[in-house]
Ligand binder design. Structure first.
Ligand SMILES: Nc1ncnc2c1ncn2[C@@H]1O[C@H](COP(=O)(O)OP(=O)(O)OP(=O)(O)O)[C@@H](O)[C@H]1O
Ligand SMILES: [Mg+2]
Length: 286
């Protein structure tokens, strides 16, 4: 991938204290302004990679670079990095600290030493972005799982990051909440925030991401544009991933001559193509 990366992992190797492999010569690049999905089986290293992205873990060999410069793991360096890169953990309990929603979201900006008026403005903007403005005074522990996830995202957004890292943001959400989250991700990407998330949902990754990164056993097997996924089935299988359902459906419909060969990215796009290609079929289903 061309151009300077916003975040780059260069042959990162790391083991956990008990000797477990975290990452093994893992290399990948995140382009500024792009939407990125990390795909890989349980234990592939997705969470580990995200922790490295914000300097919570440190490579034993290789390096992590932000805007072309190796991360500075000193106190001041990490503080600066975390104003620009925000991580939302998979489990909201790991992230939430304070009694009320407002307090929790204001924690980061207050820590930056911002004046109170600016803190308030940032918190209100973040609450609005995640649709929780009515919950600002509620106790965090009384919220639902999905609402807690939103508070976590708001807490990170209040830091106004350039790069947002999200560990399985859709896990544990019901259908309507997932659609709302997808809309929120759409909106954040639209504002120019670079996003890197991990997911086990290959259908979502295929329709949403610009770039896909396949992880297995601590390595990045491949990075490629999501639109190339139909031609990368062998790599996808190597990373333990199923083919997106829309591609199987498209293949059969294309074989029947009902759709052109170019595969759509989502079920909605497939249905729209089907409506366009076979209006008679739709009107007379019998
Ligand atoms: N705190 C830890 N101590 C020891 N080993 C760990 C620790 N955290 C993760 N690992 C190991 O590191 C490897 C990568 O784990 P990681 O959590 O990054 O995988 P993942 O791709 O996020 O998996 P999942 O899809 O299950 O979330 C695994 O072998 C795991 O057992
Ligand atoms: Mg994980």
């Amino acid at each position: 991938m061309s151009g300077e990366a916003l975040l780059r992992f260069a042959a990162v190797c790391q083991r956990y204290e008990d000797g477990s492999r975290g990452l093994e010569e893992c290399s990948l690049s995140i382009r500024p302004g792009s939407r990125n999905a990390l795909l890989g089986p349980n234990g592939a290293g997705k969470t580990t990679l995200l922790l490295h992205g914000v300097g919570l873990l440190r490579p034993a060999r290789g390096q992590v670079e932000f805007q072309g410069r190796p991360l500075d793991y000193g106190r001041a360096g990490l503080r600066q990095l975390r104003q620009r890169v925000g991580l939302v953990f998979q489990n909201p309990e790991r992230q939430l600290l304070s009694a009320s929603v407002y307090e929790d979201i204001s924690f980061g900006p207050l820590n930056l030493g911002l004046p109170e008026a600016q803190v308030r403005q940032r918190v209100e903007a973040a609450l609005g972005a995640v649709g929780l403005a009515d919950c600002r005074e509620r106790a965090v522990h009384q919220l639902s799982f999905g609402q807690k996830k939103r508070v976590c995202i708001a807490g990170v957004l209040a830091m106004e990051p350039e790069l947002l890292l999200l560990d399985e943001p859709l896990a544990g959400l019901d259908g309507p909440m997932r659609r709302e989250f997808e809309a929120l991700l759409e909106q954040l990407a639209g504002q120019g925030i670079t996003i890197l998330l991990s997911t086990h949902d290959v259908d979502f990754a295929y329709r949403w991401a610009d770039d896909l990164h396949l992880l297995a056993e601590g390595r990045c097997l491949a990075s490629f544009p999501a639109r190339e996924l139909p031609r990368q089935q062998a790599l996808l299988a190597a990373a333990g991933q199923a083919l997106p359902a829309v591609l199987g459906l498209h293949r059969r419909l294309a074989d029947l001559g009902l759709l052109p060969d170019e595969p759509p990215r989502s079920l909605d796009a497939l249905l729209a193509a089907l409506d366009g290609a076979a209006p008679d079929l739709k009107r007379n289903p019998a």
